[in-house]
Design a protein around this ligand. Sequence first.
Ligand code: SF4
Ligand code: SF4
Length: 385
Amino acid sequence: MKTKVSIVNVTEYNSVPEAVEAAIKLIEKDLPFDFTKSDYILLKPNLLSAEKDATTQPSFVEGVISYLKNIGVSIKNAKIGDSPGQFKKNASYVAEKIGLSEICEREGLEFVNFESEIPVEEAIEDAIRMKKFLVSKPVKDCDILINLPKLKTHAEATITGAIKNYWGIIPGGLKARYHLLGNTAMRFGEVLADNFSWLVRNKPNRLTVYDLHRIMQGPRGPNVGDMINWNLILAGTDELAMDLIALEIGKFDGLKFVPHLKNVAERNLGISNFADIEIVGVSLDEAKRKTPRFKVPGSFMTSFVSYLTGHLGYKIMKKIPFLNRRLCVKCGECAEICPAEAIEFKPRQYPSYLRKKCISCLCCMELCPQHAIEARTRGLMGLFD
Ligand code: SF4
Ligand code: SF4
């Protein structure tokens, strides 16, 4: 099996959207699907937090929309969304802050918070650690997935890029729960590979457009690391190949030092042999020559952060729903949608939350028609919340 990865230099174009379109056009003949025949194209950027540098640039979304419109796709058949996890603010809040909502409104692209629909339980056939999981409904339902990652260092996973960006297909606080299955850097790498394995088997129609225009490096990624311009965009359909090429450009051996990439390669979930990757556009040598070395966190840092998030983070920072009785109208809808059956409801009474059963997905909060539920951090961290 071979794959094609395009590399374009943003400085050779008038704008980022133009460069994004050019990157996709270089590989469009090799796409194993037809955008114009799809009823549901889902764009999945990285909307980690309201820090603009921590997210995929909105101009990438503009470029993808422009490409789709130019080939005759009705934007009514596309949506965009993400789920940043246990943060106080959801994806649409992040989109508003970074100027993405404005683009979506202008272009007629619907925005979806992945927590706003009841997630779907799915088995992962060849899983090492995460045998089954709850996946966001928009991801389950879409027939083409456009992955829009940004290259950043990640204090726990070493890097976040094409494969790690899919961790956001698990809605809200559920991510923290599955995190418990991978409480060392190596084990978390296996969990990320399990998550990716589901996509490989269930979502064959995938395109990745990779933001290497302005990347984040250093030990404080993925939220507040050091920013540097690489001025590059990659497009392709094999995420492993793309992560490895992105890191090769930064003179960093992804197969050796990034646990999830190593695991994905060992399980043959993508292409890792450079002889099987055809580069189109800017040559790999040229891209490497113009790009400084990528600075990643050391292995001590990644092990330490893994320990914190895997062993302690979830327990200390777990968010639980909290009922505002003044707003609740006792309709019982929250009990009906709870995937963990963690809400007890009797007619004409307030719902009660079974904290031990609650998996922190926060679907009840998203879907309560009265906005009567808020998320509160429990335990010690709750005092600071
Ligand atoms: S869905 Fe909202 S309003 Fe209805 S019972 Fe639950 S908390 Fe109350
Ligand atoms: S009670 Fe817990 S598990 Fe149930 S929907 Fe709310 S957050 Fe999710």
